[in-house]
Design a protein around this ligand. Structure first.
Ligand code: BJW
Length: 251
């Protein structure tokens, strides 16, 4: 923690790269944790690919609406607020997230780049025409839900998230790479570092001369690329880090 504070204090530009572990302390499951992860209970090939959606659109669409419901009920933890406070300390700060839960935006983070889309947006399968989210049902329980049809082309509507085998949104990817190349420090919070291309970001930052700090209770694929590791949950580490930084900022 002391090392992390020392590294962050002089930083003029900070990227915070977050993954599912960032939301774990708000009760949203990660993907790959052995017992509680989403993929411990659901098969990604059945739910998180375009082929799965084409095979069974009602199953996939219903599952995403159910996840959206869980996310809407979640309360952002103290770590989320700490990152908003960090914005007031660091001249330039951007959050680059793989998460689709929208919690960074909900707490008022100013600059958020969403690499894997959002559970709150929808678009059509054929041409990715945007579909109004307020016209999408909000079922009470998990179950099948027939997707609506695109108002422009009639294709089925899908969640606007990035499934396996799909390209990441171009603008978000370009922004994430640019910020990672020019930041002085990168905080990597709650990602296993297993999913490409997002897993490259800490390597890009390190290669461009940034200090890489990992916040995660467990060692990950990122750990070897990190200069500093803070082993602990985001909900505890981030508030402590920002409090220590604020303390040292005082004259
Ligand atoms: C805590 C904590 C606490 C716990 N506090 N921390 C090169 C090599 C091999 C494969 C590929 C490759 N390039 C591309 C691929 C294929 C694929 C890929 O990477 N596969 C790997 C699994 C091998 N990538 C893609 O397909 C990507 N597209 C692409 O590359 O396009 C170009 C291309 C196309 C075709 C062929 C080749 C190239 C798209 C990836 C899309 C990922 N989509 C998902 C689903 C989003 C929608 C949804 O939510 O359903 O995104 S999968 C899922 O994984 C989700 C996440 O954003 C993503 C990353 O997971 P994350 O965030 O790291 O979570 P976990 O669970 O893995 O880790 C949680 C961490 O938290 C752990 O470390 C815990 O310890 C920690 N933790 N509690 C802090 N309290």
């Amino acid at each position: 923690m002391v090392q992390a504070v020392r590294a962050l204090r002089p930083a003029r530009c900070v990227v915070v790269a977050t993954g599912a572990g960032m939301s774990r302390d708000s009760g949203i499951p990660t993907f790959r944790d052995a017992l509680t992860g989403v993929w411990a209970h659901y098969d990604p090939d059945e739910l998180a690919t375009e082929a799965a959606f084409r095979r069974n659109p009602a199953r996939v669409f219903g599952w995403y609406l159910w996840r959206r419901r869980l996310v809407r009920a979640a309360v952002p933890h103290a770590g989320y607020h700490a990152l908003v406070a960090l914005e007031r300390i660091v001249p330039e700060l951007v959050v680059v997230t793989q998460n689709v839960d929208g919690l960074h935006r909900r707490v008022g983070q100013s600059r958020v780049v969403e690499l894997h889309g959002s559970l709150e947006r929808f678009s059509c399968l054929a041409a990715r025409h945007p579909f109004p989210p307020d016209q999408v049902a909000t079922p009470d329980a998990e179950g099948e839900c027939e997707p609506p049809r695109c108002h422009r082309c009639g294709a089925p509507v899908r969640p606007d998230v990035v499934w396996f085998g799909e390209m990441l949104p171009q603008e978000a990817t370009a922004a994430a790479w640019e910020w990672s190349t020019r930041c002085d420090a990168m905080l990597v919070v709650g990602t296993s570092g297993l999913v490409q291309p997002a897993a490259q970001l800490p390597l890009v930052a390190r290669g461009a001369g940034a200090v890489v700090i990992e916040v995660n209770p467990e060692p990950t694929e990122i750990s070897a690329a990190a200069h500093i590791t803070c082993r602990g949950p985001a909900g505890a580490v981030l508030p402590a880090l920002v409090a220590a930084l604020t303390e040292r900022e005082r004259p």
